[in-house]
Design a protein around this ligand. Structure first.
Ligand SMILES: NC(=O)c1ccc[n+]([C@@H]2O[C@H](COP(=O)([O-])OP(=O)(O)OC[C@H]3O[C@@H](n4cnc5c(N)ncnc54)[C@H](O)[C@@H]3O)[C@@H](O)[C@H]2O)c1
Length: 362
């Protein structure tokens, strides 16, 4: 088992990582948020498996949890779901000290976290992420929230958990496509901060894709350390936390331009990182070898690096330019300087951005 401590000026919490950890969840929650009652919010696809393990561990530790389920999927990450989740908590008269424990992917973590942030003005929150993306990204850092018809993640809060419990065995039931999507965020971490991680993923791709237990623990731990370090430097995204958006401005345009139906988030991020790296080469920021190495590794793990049927470049540019990050008609992008270092760039000519889009089609 590995532990990463996330330390902020007014808050600190452990992120526990290891195979089979859900069995010890109850004991760990008891230490982090001692109370007899708890809310357990579970992704309804895993109620019988990981949800049941979490529940029985909480019960063995003396909790009497109020259990509720929700569907994953962006269209369930809503205020309507949040309201539905409040009812059993209110009916059971759960108090301010009763923790909310979320077991699932990023959808359940973000929604459950918003329930925890807002129920009685905030109760302790415990994350048990069960997708690779949620383990290495969404569960660490305290951003919680829901979508609105106007856009994703528009309503939310910063509500740091008191504990994160990552049972890497839960990845064994995750559909392969979702698992591979999580690898896009791991490779992203390598590009923005850690060339050794980038090379380690390359060298260990077979063990990772084969779900080798120790490779999974090392993968998750190394990535959690990076995400936690970024959050510790910049909790509220005033500076370096924006580096985590590498590839994401392109990805959001791909997702919106294809009505969120064709590409999973990690697949769109993969294409977005390729476009951003090529743009960095094209504008003289970094060596072409970075884009080449990145493209090779993404495709080695099964992520897309070309997309012949993307919407027209003019449509993708319009979406990008309507983004909240646009200033003076130019898109704000995170671009690599070299493997392991990125910068925020706001003066890229739009015709160069358009060429980066076009490069994904060949
Ligand atoms: N809060 C943050 O900082 C942050 C960061 C990145 C992403 N996010 C959010 O995360 C969300 C995406 O998260 P996600 O990719 O985990 O998606 P998800 O929660 O939809 O999970 C993906 C799929 O896997 C299923 N699933 C989950 N765990 C499983 C398991 N162990 N076995 C079998 N099936 C399982 C789910 O039911 C779902 O079908 C987005 O809404 C995004 O905005 C948040």
């Amino acid at each position: 088992m590995a532990t990463v401590d996330l330390v902020l000026p007014h808050h600190r919490y452990p992120i526990q990582i290891g195979p089979g950890l859900l069995a010890d969840l109850g004991k760990m929650v008891r230490e982090a948020a001692p109370h007899n009652r708890a809310t357990l919010i579970i992704d309804d696809k895993i109620t019988e498996t990981h949800g049941a393990a979490a529940r029985s561990s909480l019960e063995s530790a003396g909790f009497d949890p109020v259990a509720a389920t929700m569907h994953a999927g962006e269209d369930h990450k809503t205020l309507a779901t949040v309201e539905k989740l409040y009812h059993p908590m209110l009916d059971a008269r759960l108090e301010r000290k009763s923790p909310v424990v979320a077991v699932g992917g990023g959808i359940v973590g973000d929604t459950g976290g918003f329930v925890a942030a807002s129920y009685l003005r905030g109760v302790p929150f415990v994350q048990c992420p069960t997708t690779l993306l949620a383990m290495v990204d969404a569960s660490v850092g305290g951003k919680v929230g829901v979508n609105m018809p106007q856009g994703k993640n528009l309503i939310g809060a910063f509500h740091q958990p008191v504990l994160v419990v990552i049972d890497t065995d839960t990845l064994k039931t995750l559909p392969k496509r979702d698992f591979i999507c999580g690898l896009a965020e791991c490779i992203k971490h390598g590009v923005i901060r850690d060339p050794d991680l980038f090379d380690w993923i390359d060298q260990n791709a077979d063990a990772i894709l084969g779900l080798d237990s120790s490779a999974l623990v090392e993968l998750v731990e190394r990535n959690v350390r990076i995400k936690a370090a970024v959050v510790m430097e910049d909790e509220k995204e005033a500076g370096v936390r924006a580096h985590l958006n590498f590839g994401h401005t392109f990805a959001h345009a791909i997702e919106a331009g294809t009505e969120y139906g064709k590409y999973l988030h990690g697949e769109a991020v993969s294409l977005g990182m390729v476009a951003a790296a090529r743009l960095a080469t094209d504008t003289g920021r970094c060596d072409a070898a970075v884009a080449d190495k990145l493209t090779v590794l993404l495709s080695k793990v099964g992520l897309p690096t070309t997309a012949k049927d993307l919407p027209a470049t003019s449509k993708l540019m319009d979406i990008m330019l309507s983004d909240k990050k646009v200033a003076d008609g130019k898109v704000r992008l995170v671009l690599p300087d070299k493997l392991g270092a990125v910068s925020i760039v706001s003066d890229t000519p739009n015709d160069r951005v358009a060429s980066a889009w076009d490069s994904l089609r060949s």
